[in-house]
Write a protein that binds this ligand. Structure first.
Ligand SMILES: [Cu+2]
Length: 164
C-alpha cells in the first residue's frame, strides 16, 4: 500500500517535470503558430529602387522566430547583367552609410531564385543591404532595411526606424 502510493507520487512528479520542461521550451522559442514567413518587399521582391525602410515600418512588428524570404534574380540592363545579394551589417553606422567593409554576405546572387531565407533568431537589430555595384544598390537603390524582432511573439519593440 505504502509502496504503490510512493510510486504513484513519483510518476506524478515526473509528469509535472516533463510538463514544466516542455512549456518552458515553448516559452523560450515563442509559440510556433505565431511565426511569420515574410516576403521582403512583398510582391516587389528584392529589387533596385523600392523603399525597403518604409516597407519594414509598414510590415512590422517582427518577432523572434519569423523568417524573412528574399526573392531576387539578376537584372538585365542593355547587355549588362546586374546581380543582387543580401548582406548583414555589423554596425548601425555602416548600415546608415552603406559601408559594406565589415558586412557579411548571407545571401549570394544565386540564392534569390528559390527565395533566400533568413530566420530572425534573436531579439536584436538586424541590418540588411544589397552590396551590388559598390553599394549603389544600397544608397541610390534603397536596398536596405533594419528590423528588431521582439521576444516571444509579444508586444515590446517595433521595427527599427531606418529612415533616420
Ligand atoms: Cu541589388
Amino acid at each position: 500500500m505504502d509502496l504503490s502510493f510512493c510510486t504513484c507520487r513519483r510518476t506524478l512528479l515526473m509528469l509535472l517535470v516533463i510538463i514544466a520542461l516542455a512549456s518552458s521550451a515553448l516559452m523560450a522559442q515563442g509559440w510556433p503558430s505565431c511565426y511569420r514567413k515574410i516576403i521582403v518587399g512583398g510582391n516587389s521582391h528584392w529589387k533596385f529602387g523600392f523603399n525597403y525602410s518604409n516597407w519594414a515600418l509598414q510590415t512590422g512588428p517582427f518577432h523572434v522566430g519569423d523568417t524573412l524570404v528574399f526573392y531576387y534574380k539578376p537584372d538585365h540592363v542593355g547587355n549588362l547583367t546586374i546581380e543582387h545579394n543580401v548582406y548583414l551589417f555589423k554596425h548601425h553606422k555602416d548600415f546608415q552609410n552603406c559601408n559594406f567593409s565589415t558586412a557579411i554576405e548571407v545571401g549570394d546572387p544565386s540564392k534569390g531564385k528559390r527565395g533566400f531565407k533568413f530566420v530572425l533568431r534573436k531579439p536584436r537589430p538586424y541590418y540588411f543591404g544589397c552590396a551590388a555595384r559598390a553599394g549603389l544598390h544600397c544608397t541610390l537603390g534603397m536596398m536596405k532595411f533594419g528590423v528588431r524582432p521582439a521576444c516571444g511573439g509579444s508586444k515590446l519593440l517595433d521595427t527599427v526606424r531606418t529612415d533616420l
